[in-house]
Design a protein around this ligand. Structure first.
Ligand SMILES: *Cc1c(COP(=O)(O)O)cnc(C)c1O
Length: 536
């Protein structure tokens, strides 16, 4: 890369300042400490501009020249490079520090925009959102109280109202959060409080509360239940059909079982886009049951939330407007930089369970007054909180929601293409069919037995990662290991994906040639561990 600009007043080589005439605190002992303010303010505004331009230039060059989704440099090499940097050493100045970070970090980053990145739920990011990220970082707004944010609070509220409208809530409310994990935790907190409000005794009721979800729901649901003080067996697994969607009749049986046990259902969680199989639970059928039994319905649409703006697939979310709460991760299917997620509720008053009043922020004496300030901290589990909403705001203004939805459709189409390709290929086996953009598959060439095919799954992933050729994921579904691709890059082409699949095949063949999966009782434990783990 071309070097970032050399810091003014710095000696050649970037070590220490050129002693400035009459400068009070300079000198070698101060390292590269400059006379300028290190903080962003009027005095440093020009330097801020220059530094940011340099960083943006370096990143631009990086994006123009990145050739692989990951460098393939071994973990031990990276550990060494990271350890080599002396954090207690003499200061090196802004430009050198940024240059060093850019070289270390971005040279080895995992690039989600690269068409051979197809592992997890990470997306390439919308350009206006990245620019907005720089804006909100510089201003450093905290959207906890109005007196720290003013218009930012109003913009976040407007965007939450927009999201609620997309869901179909007549008058919803909500708040931006750090991610789906956090949104799910808050949703279940609200559900718990709603359940406990109806109980005679909180302490007696708490251990009786149950959450119903399928085994394919996100692990954050179980962890939230644990954090909320529910019993270890509080999350009951509702059976799914062969495709991995919640079976409504199994839900009926589970509901009856809870009643028989003298327990109480705190919430039913349906997943709109399971993390592995990318399928959507039957939202409307579950909503009907929740309505008739008076149960809290949470829709975890962390992944599938992008379908809200899809021109061709919006119907897959039919019934979502009957939920009590909905999780949407904008940093998945709205092409936003991490972090950007929201929890949206149908009944604004349900959010009150989150409220906490502190005299120095949002005093209870002022709450509820007609002229009281709108304080988002009343609705959030966080206090200081980023103005992440600005990124989605600019994206919607710049591209329009429909364009975002078309991008979601495009990644779903790509997944369908990959599925059909793999199904037509005798060397591959495919599991099910996604409603979104994942494909689960195995490489099973003629002659490989089941154990060999199992062993090839982690082996292929490791080989591809270690070589930097492609990044794919692996998981276990229905007791079997599967390779997984998650497609969130709407600009990847069919040819790009063919290349990834050929990389998978080649890696599989190499592994077989080198004995992976062969029945060889003589192999040492170390060799087996090598085959399953990362290669260096
Ligand atoms: C990704 C995901 C989550 C967790 O979201 P984070 O933003 O990673 O915290 C929750 N539920 C589902 C279905 C997801 O796909």
């Amino acid at each position: 890369m071309t070097a970032l600009r050399t810091e003014q007043g710095e000696a050649p080589g970037g070590r220490g300042p050129v002693p400035a005439c009459g400068a009070g605190q300079g000198g070698a002992a101060a390292g590269a400490r400059s006379e300028r303010s290190p903080l962003l303010n009027a005095a440093s505004a020009r330097e801020y501009e220059a530094l940011l331009h340099d960083v943006v230039d370096a990143l631009g060059r990086r994006f123009r020249t990145v050739e692989a989704p990951v460098s393939g440099v071994s973990r031990s090499d990276l550990e060494e490079q990271v350890a080599r940097i002396d954090l207690d050493g003499p200061a090196i100045g802004h430009e050198a520090a940024l240059r060093e970070a850019e070289e270390l970090y971005t040279a080895h980053a995992v690039w989600f925009h690269h068409p051979a990145y197809a592992a997890h739920l990470n997306c390439p990011v919308a350009v206006p959102a990245v620019a907005a990220e720089a804006m909100l970082a510089a201003v450093n707004t905290s959207v906890d109280t109005y007196d720290q944010s003013t218009v930012a609070t109003l913009m976040e509220r407007r965007l939450i109202a927009w999201a609620a409208e997309q869901i179909g809530f007549a008058a919803g409310d909500g708040v931006f959060t750090s991610g789906g994990t956090h949104s799910n935790l808050q949703a279940l907190h609200l559900a718990r409080e709603a359940a406990l409000r109806r109980a005679a005794s909180r302490t007696e009721e708490l251990p009786r509360l149950r959450v119903l979800a399928t085994a394919e729901s996100h692990f954050s649901v179980g962890r939230a239940a644990h954090l909320l003080g529910l019993g270890t067996d509080a999350v009951l697994s509702v059976a799914a059909d062969a495709e991995g969607r919640m079976d409504p009749e199994a839900l009926d049986a589970a509901l009856a079982g809870v009643e028989e046990d003298g327990a109480r259902v705190m919430a039913v969680v349906v997943t709109a886009g399971t993390t592995d199989r990318g399928v959507i639970d039957p939202i409307a059928a579950v909503a009907r049951r929740c309505e008739s039994a008076g149960l809290w319905l949470h829709v975890d649409a962390a992944y599938g939330g992008g379908l809200l703006v899809s021109p061709r697939r919006r119907h897959l979310l039919a019934g979502i407007e009957r939920a009590n709460s909905v999780t949407i991760d904008f940093h998945k299917t709205y092409f936003q930089p991490v972090s950007s997620s929201a929890l949206v509720v149908r009944e604004p008053r349900d959010l009150a369970a989150t409220a906490h009043h502190a005299d120095y922020l949002n005093p209870v004496a002022e709450a509820g007054r007609a002229d009281s300030e709108p304080n988002q901290v009343d609705k959030s589990l966080q206090t200081t909180r980023r103005f992440d909403a600005l990124k989605l705001w600019t994206t919607l203004r710049a591209l329009g929601a429909e364009r975002v939805g078309e991008m979601v459709d495009a990644v779903c189409d790509l997944a369908e293409y990959v599925r059909l390709r793999l199904e037509a290929d005798p060397e591959f086996e495919v599991l099910g069919r996604s409603d979104l953009s994942t494909v689960l598959f195995r490489f099973c060439p003629a002659g490989a037995d089941e154990a060999a095919v199992d062993a090839l799954v982690p082996e292929i992933r490791s080989r591809l990662f270690a070589s930097g050729r492609a990044v794919v994921a692996r998981t276990v579904v229905a007791g079997m290991p599967w390779l997984k691709v998650t497609l969130l890059n709407p600009e990847a082409t069919l040819a790009d994906l063919d290349v990834v699949l050929e990389h998978v095949r080649t890696a599989g063949r190499e592994a077989l040639r080198e004995g992976c999966g062969a029945r060889s009782p003589g192999r040492s434990a170390a060799e087996l561990a090598m085959a399953g783990g990362e290669r260096g």
